[in-house]
Design a protein around this ligand. Structure first.
Ligand code: URA
Ligand code: SF4
Length: 231
C-alpha cells in the first residue's frame, strides 16, 4: 500500500452489519477508483447464505444502481444458477473490487477495464469483512480476477474450473485476516471454492450455448457440494 493508495482497511474497521459496510464503502478512499465511479457497490443477498458468488467489479448498470449483478452478466448468472438447481435469491453476490473502473465511453456506453492487482489488494478488506459477515459454506469464483484475488497471480480458470478447491491458507485477502478490527477471532474460511468462468465471458463468446452449458455444469458441482445440514 502507498500513501496515495492506502487500502480499505481504515474504512472497513469496526463495521459489522451489511448496512454499515454499504454506507462505509461510500466513504472509502482506499484507492483512486472511487473518483470516476458513481458509488461503491458492496455485496448483496441473504447474510446467512450458504453460497457466496464472487465476481470482478461492478459494471455500468451496477455502478448506477448501487447493486451487484443487476445488468446482463447478472441475468445470465441467475439463469445459470437456476439451471444448476441453485435459487439465485439464496446466494450472496459480491465482487473483489467495489468501485467501477472507468476507462472511457463508446457512444453512450461507458466502458470499464479490469481492475489491476493493486486495486484488488486495496479493496480486499471489504471482501474479508463480507466473508466474515456471511461465513458461506462454499464460494464460487467467477473468472480470472476473482481467482487471482484468492489464489494469486498464477491462477488460471481453465486449470481448476468446475472442481472443488480448498480456500488457500494465504491469499491476497489474507493480510486483513489477522486484523481483529476487520475480522472476528472465530472466523472460519469457506469449506470449499469452485472456480468457473465469468458470465461476461459467456456473453461475449461466439459459442455462447456451449459456454453457458459449461458454466451450468460447473455450478452444478457447487450445488451438489452444498450441505443444507452444514453451517
Ligand atoms: N460483472 C461483475 O463481475 N460483477 C458485477 O457486479 C457485474 C458484472
Ligand atoms: Fe475503496 Fe475498493 Fe473503492 Fe478502492 S475500489 S476506493 S479500495 S472501495
Amino acid at each position: 500500500m502507498t500513501d496515495e493508495r492506502p487500502g480499505a482497511q481504515a474504512w472497513v474497521a469496526g463495521r459489522s452489519t451489511l448496512a454499515e459496510l454499504r454506507s462505509a464503502a461510500q466513504e472509502c478512499r482506499g484507492c483512486e477508483l472511487y473518483r470516476d465511479a458513481t458509488q461503491a457497490v458492496v455485496g448483496d443477498g441473504p447474510v446467512d447464505a450458504m453460497l457466496m458468488v464472487i465476481g470482478e467489479q461492478p459494471g455500468d448498470q451496477e455502478d448506477l444502481a448501487g447493486e451487484p449483478f443487476v445488468g446482463p452478466a447478472g441475468r445470465l448468472l441467475d439463469n445459470a444458477l437456476g439451471k444448476a438447481g441453485i435459487d439465485p435469491a439464496s446466494v450472496f453476490r459480491t465482487n473483489v473490487v467495489k468501485h467501477f473502473r472507468f476507462s472511457g465511453t463508446r457512444g453512450k456506453q461507458r466502458i470499464h477495464k479490469s481492475p489491476s492487482r493493486v486495486h484488488v489488494a486495496a479493496c480486499g478488506p471489504w471482501l474479508v469483512a463480507e466473508l466474515d459477515l456471511v461465513r458461506p459454506q462454499g464460494v464460487v469464483l467467477l473468472g480470472g480476477t476473482a481467482g487471482k484475488a484468492v489464489y494469486g497471480p498464477g491462477f488460471r480458470v481453465g486449470e481448476t474450473r468446475g472442481t472443488l478447491q480448498q480456500w488457500p491458507s494465504e491469499s491476497s485477502a489474507a493480510p486483513a485476516h489477522s486484523d481483529p478490527a476487520v475480522i472476528g477471532a472465530d472466523y472460519q474460511p469457506p469449506q470449499w471454492v469452485l472456480p468457473t468462468t465469468h458470465p461476461s465471458a459467456v456473453l461475449r463468446s461466439r459459442q455462447r450455448e456451449e459456454d453457458l452449458a459449461q458454466l451450468v455444469s460447473d455450478l452444478s458441482v457447487a450445488a451438489a457440494a452444498l450441505d443444507p445440514g452444514g453451517n
